[in-house]
Design a protein around this ligand. Structure first.
Ligand SMILES: [Zn+2]
Length: 229
């Protein structure tokens, strides 16, 4: 805990003053461009690996970066997704899996989870991912299939389905490799295809294949829409 306390002191002494204007702006503006859904794994740090600043990413983290398909009823993950899409009007949603994922390893290798019943129950949301992975024990394959399966689950949420139908949001599936820092975009070819067919988009629409950090200049344009929502 001492490391954390020392870190807070360093933040207040060194980091905050250097970004004082940014934090002053953020005090009254919340206009993230991107909903970033990743595993809770401590080695995956969304802002670090995307080179983004405070205020850029709306982040949801779950074990195994799982996104349960939509069902009626209260659900914290669904509420966060809906808020990001319908109220904050994010333009991109990234589901980011990662190498050596403990959740995916437990599934791929059939670990005994009787001592962790909540984990066992939660990981059922990856049943379809597991079913589509041919080789038992192939963790990297399951990580990739799981990212794609969670994108499909995302699309079952009404707010996401509506935004997709109106071409207001693009879905992206990434896998982050911890030892190399590399990010594989599993949806790059799909997006290239959809970009070619989405000729009716306005020029202000972000292209789905854009992997660069969010365009900060565009943020303020959406402020009024976010407030209206
Ligand atoms: Zn993980």
């Amino acid at each position: 805990m001492q490391d954390i306390t020392d870190g807070v002191a360093r933040f207040q002494r060194d980091v905050f003053p250097a970004k004082k204007e940014l934090f002053a702006h953020l005090a009254t503006h919340h206009t993230p461009d991107t909903l970033f859904i990743s595993c809770s794994d401590a080695r995956v740090v969304p802002e670090l690996i995307t080179g983004t600043e405070p205020g850029d990413l709306f982040v949801v983290r779950t074990a195994g970066n799982l996104v349960p398909a939509h069902t009626p009823g209260a659900d914290g993950i669904a509420a966060s997704i809906e808020y990001a899409v319908a109220a904050l009007n994010v333009r991109d949603i990234i589901v980011c899996g990662h190498s050596a994922c403990g959740a995916m390893t437990a599934l791929a290798e059939g670990h005994d989870l009787t001592g962790a019943p909540a984990v066992a129950s939660w990981l059922r949301h990856a049943d379809s991912s597991l079913a589509r992975t041919a080789a038992d024990g192939d963790v990297p394959a399951l990580v990739r299939e799981n990212v794609l399966a969670q994108l499909a689950n995302l699309a079952t949420h009404p707010s996401v389905a509506r935004a997709l139908n109106e071409h207001k949001v693009a879905l992206h599936g990434w896998v982050y490799d911890i030892p190399t820092g590399r990010i594989d975009d599993l949806t790059a070819s799909d997006r290239a295809t959809s970009d070619r067919t989405a000729s009716n988009r306005t020029t202000s629409d972000r292209t789905a294949s854009n992997l660069t950090p969010p365009d900060r200049a565009a943020s303020d344009d959406r402020t009024s829409a976010a407030i209206a929502a």
